[in-house]
Design a binder for this molecule. Sequence first.
Ligand code: 5GP
Ligand code: MG
Length: 225
Amino acid sequence: MSQRAPPAPARSNARVPERWRKEVERILITEDQIARRVRQMSREIERDFAGREMAVVSLLNGTVMFLADLIRHLSVPLRLDFIGVSSYRLGTESADLVFTKELRLDVRGRDVLLVDDILDTGKTLSRVLDKVRALRPRRIKTCVLLNKAARRVEDVKTDYVGFEIPDFFVVGYGLDFGERYRNLPFVGVLHPRVYQTACPRIDSAETKKVKGRGNARSTISPLSR
Ligand code: 5GP
Ligand code: MG
């Protein structure tokens, strides 16, 4: 196994662009920091997968930007397909996962790279890993842009992690809140007032908890992921 650079810390003093200031509290990871780290991850992946065609399996929709940047720096032969996963939830705990797109690529006997945007409780990736493992690939490596280790419930093995982040609800660079904010070029902390407007049905105790902890989210999640 080759030497890996540890996940980069998510830290930035960059100012939120005027346009987003009402909705985004602060920038956690800038566009440049993301670009540098993603290039580094591509190099590590390229080294580990050298010599065999790889099958990249990416989770929709949150990986859209990360995946595009990651694979454009991979100069090894690869095949690409997607798995669609969706969950509808109000409150913290992940609700039932619904598969909205099944994998069509034949991964049997292949070297799979499973890509997701963020590892939170680990429930999603663990379900998807079971599903892909059942297809008998030769090996599976997991790759996530962000890791929120504080919230882990399922023990999921991660082979490539872009950034370790604290327990904040983040948006941008593919990550959404109610399908919005995916187009932001940076990863930012969503302003709690956005939940309060978007989720008026959340009871006041939960809202207070979010307010009290800044955006240290634990009670309110996006309606869809
Ligand atoms: P898990 O099953 O690990 O709890 O959740 C993983 C999924 O939840 C991610 O793929 C992502 O779609 C969503 N998620 C978890 N934390 C965040 C977050 O801070 N921001 C956004 N936008 N989505 C999140
Ligand atoms: Mg996701």
